[in-house]
Design a protein around this ligand. Structure first.
Ligand code: 5AD
Ligand code: SF4
Length: 476
């Protein structure tokens, strides 16, 4: 049988990257990856459990797959990711979906190809779920989504236990990779043409690596902070030394761990992009306390001020939850107020969603759905208005953009990101481009091949709510 697979990924960038790793491992073993589910005979669903609608979409997808499975007994279905770390989901799968072939958790990714081989040879349901806190498995390959940019895990798990969040239960306690392992991986990526790395973790700025080699420590140390362990700022400085890596980003950071050292690192490490995702979750001190966030609005606003003082062109994005249990109209007004004060470049807004097993699920003062929705709409309107105003201010400026490939929005255009993570779309018909940019390309496809993975300078002609439009003025 020709072994072809397709992966459906729900959820965050950690999940996207886990899917890249699974694809990398399967490709190494001779499987082929398909772009469309219908073309593959192995379907892998990588699930998310952060909000309830992700659960619903997962079971919806399984419903669709069941029909195919009934018609085609050779069709293999594998499910993995955060949802599998919850016993009630496993019970449900065993009881109602016995035809699912393989079930594994977030800590067993490295075992996936072996588990799949077992399934293919025996065709029995295979289940392997480990608890959190296992040792980190190094050296797994990844099939990158982009040629020029890559995700790199630096921490796994989370110790914060925000009262609404399921992640500490599904991803386990926080563990940091050794700096040397991270540097080795990034050197390999640079050799493969990667220019931009995004360091991933639930809470990257609490990264605390143990040096495997004293020489790395000597290179990382600076006079302002000479620790025995590798701090997040040390790690960034070490990565910035790697030739070929031009941009460093990270996500996500927790305001309680945003140190002065990191703010200084932003100011004095040119490769560290001037962009931060800094989830605020709520603007109300009372709600922040109930969420167990360990900061108040004054502390948060102080951080934003320090960041902007150190790096005036810093772009800031955030996550906000609306309708957390006990949220009053006044609390919600505090959230609107903090959004007006910070003026975020963009914000991910979420309706609070009950997650069984978390403390907030037990709170009695849950907010009615219609109140949540009404607040949500008001918040989105404000967030979008500010994003559009911020983006309009880019009009007329020239920005350096790392080209990622064909634009998803407009045909005949390419897209890429600025240092501040703004998405920019720009036409790529070679006839209308300067000769220096066009070279001998004659079609948009040839322009895409020529520019993907390279920097270009783009003059911004329009700032929209979620993206910028522009014209290439020169190559870089
Ligand atoms: N309900 C709604 N949003 C949530 N998030 C995490 N848990 C929940 C929940 N139970 C949001 C937070 C987090 C983002 C990844 O998802 O804003 O930062
Ligand atoms: Fe969840 Fe809070 Fe950890 Fe983020 S910091 S993953 S919101 S518990």
């Amino acid at each position: 049988m020709d072994k072809t697979f397709h992966i459906t990924t729900f959820g965050c960038q950690m999940n996207e990257h886990d899917s890249e790793i699974m694809a990398g491992m399967l490709l190494e073993r001779g499987y082929r990856q398909e772009k469309e589910r219908k073309d593959a005979n192995i379907e892998i669903i990588n699930t998310c459990s952060v909000r309830e609608n992700a659960d619903k979409r997962f079971f919806g997808t399984l419903g669709q797959l069941k029909r195919r499975h009934e018609k085609d007994p050779d069709f293999v279905v594998c499910v993995c990711g955060c949802m599998m770390q919850q016993q009630r989901i496993i019970d449900q799968l065993k009881a109602k979906y016995p035809w699912v072939d393989l079930i594994f958790g977030t800590h067993n990714i490295s075992r996936m190809p072996d588990l799949l081989e077992n399934v293919l040879s025996r065709r029995d349901q295979e289940i392997e779920i480990w608890d959190g806190g296992r040792e980190i498995v190094e050296g797994l390959p990844a099939r990158r989504l982009f040629r020029s940019k890559a995700f790199v895990n630096i921490t796994f798990g989370c110790n914060n236990f925000c009262t609404y969040c399921i992640v500490p239960y599904t991803r386990g306690r926080e563990r940091s990779r050794a700096p040397e392992e991270i540097l080795k991986e990034i050197c390999g990526l640079a050799a493969d043409g990667v220019k931009e790395v995004t360091l991933l973790g639930q809470n990257v700025n609490s990264y605390r690596g143990t040096y495997e080699d004293p020489a790395t420590k000597d290179r990382a140390a600076d006079r302002s902070a000479d620790y025995d362990y590798c701090s997040f700022s040390h790690l960034i400085r070490l990565i910035a030394e790697i030739d070929g890596i031009e941009r460093i980003r990270f996500m996500t950071s927790h305001p309680k761990d945003l140190s002065d050292e990191l703010i200084r690192t932003f100011a004095n490490t040119p490769k560290l992009c001037h962009n931060i995702h800094l989830p605020v979750q709520s603007g109300s001190d009372r709600i922040l306390k109930r969420m167990n966030r360990h900061y108040d609005r004054e502390k948060y606003l102080g951080l934003v001020e320090k960041l902007r003082r150190a790096v005036p062109d810093m772009t800031i994005s955030t996550d906000i939850i609306v309708g957390f249990p006990g949220e009053t109209e006044e609390d919600f007004e505090d959230t609107l107020d903090i959004v007006r004060r910070v003026r975020y470049d963009s914000a991910f807004t979420f309706l609070y969603s009950i997650r069984k097993g978390t403390p907030a699920a037990e709170y009695e003062d849950q907010i009615p759905e219609e109140v949540k929705h009404e607040r949500f709409n008001r918040l989105v309107e404000l967030v979008d208005q500010i994003s559009a105003e911020k983006n309009a201010a880019y009009e007329g400026t020239v920005r350096q953009v790392l080209v990622e490939g064909r634009s998803k929005r407009s045909r005949g255009s390419l897209s890429g990101r600025t240092d501040g993570f703004k998405l920019v779309n720009f036409p790529a018909d070679p006839k209308n481009l300067p000769e220096e940019v066009r070279g001998d390309a004659r079609t948009v496809q040839e322009m895409e091949d020529r520019l993907t993975g390279h920097f270009v300078n783009v003059k911004i002609t329009k700032g929209k709510t979620f993206s910028l439009e522009g014209q290439i003025v020169s190559a870089n």
